[in-house]
Design a protein around this ligand. Structure first.
Ligand SMILES: CC(C)(COP(=O)(O)OP(=O)(O)OC[C@H]1O[C@@H](n2cnc3c(N)ncnc32)[C@H](O)[C@@H]1OP(=O)(O)O)[C@@H](O)C(=O)NCCC(=O)NCCS
Length: 179
């Protein structure tokens, strides 16, 4: 297994992994992932792939989201998409992807990584319910228990509190996110 940054020329292959990982999802989910990729919020250094025998089997994308605080806007990163193709789950690819991209995020400008998903999945990597740290869920559709946050080294617990803003393409694609 090799976990590495996505290369800029392999986006079509990454999108194919997204299609396979979310085969049961609304087709608009893939459209949303494309919108993220084409937006200024996409960070190539925070798009990772899992490769086995030169085949891509999983990927994770952390994108930029603003956190509105009392003292202005703070940069956060969001687990915008994260999947492993069904036939290769339960072999540690997902954990390895998440750990690698989190290490990479530690070297960047953001204060925190946010994620919407299963608390029991994310908590084992150090994520906590964001509201416990003063950061609200960005959407009424995401219950507080399912909105998680991992502080990064730049995190300031006094200042970095507030409300993340999901970029407009989340609503514009009309897809349920997290799917
Ligand atoms: C979540 C996902 C990326 C994990 O990939 P993976 O390669 O199977 O992950 P790992 O092998 O590192 O870990 C597997 C463990 O994660 C846990 N897990 C997986 N999905 C989970 C979920 N939705 N809730 C809680 N725990 C979960 C299980 O404990 C599982 O353990 P098991 O193998 O003993 O059953 C993969 O299941 C997937 O692509 N799911 C569909 C897409 C999705 O929901 N993505 C958003 C993630 S919240």
């Amino acid at each position: 297994m090799r976990i590495r940054q996505q290369h800029s020329d392999e986006w079509p292959a990454v999108l194919d992994v997204v299609r396979r990982s979310f085969a049961d999802a609304d087709h608009r989910f893939v459209e949303l992932v494309e919108r993220i990729h084409n937006s200024p919020d996409f960070v190539e250094q925070l798009s990772y792939v899992a490769e086995v025998n030169h085949e891509l089997l999983g990927n994770i994308i952390l994108s930029k989201v603003p956190l509105h605080t009392q003292r202005g806007v703070v940069q956060a990163r969001l687990v915008a998409e994260f999947g492993v193709v069904p036939e290769h789950r339960h072999h540690g690819l997902g954990s390895a992807l998440l750990r690698s991209v989190l290490r990479s995020a530690e070297n960047g400008m953001a204060s925190m990584v946010l994620a919407a998903g299963s608390p029991s999945y994310y908590q084992r990597f150090g994520f906590r319910q964001s509201t416990d740290l003063g950061v609200s869920s960005p959407s009424a559709a995401i219950p507080d228990q399912h909105f998680l946050m991992m502080p990064l080294p730049q995190y300031d617990p006094v200042v970095d509190r507030g409300r993340p803003e999901l970029p407009s393409y989340f609503a514009e694609t009309g897809v349920k996110w997290p799917r």
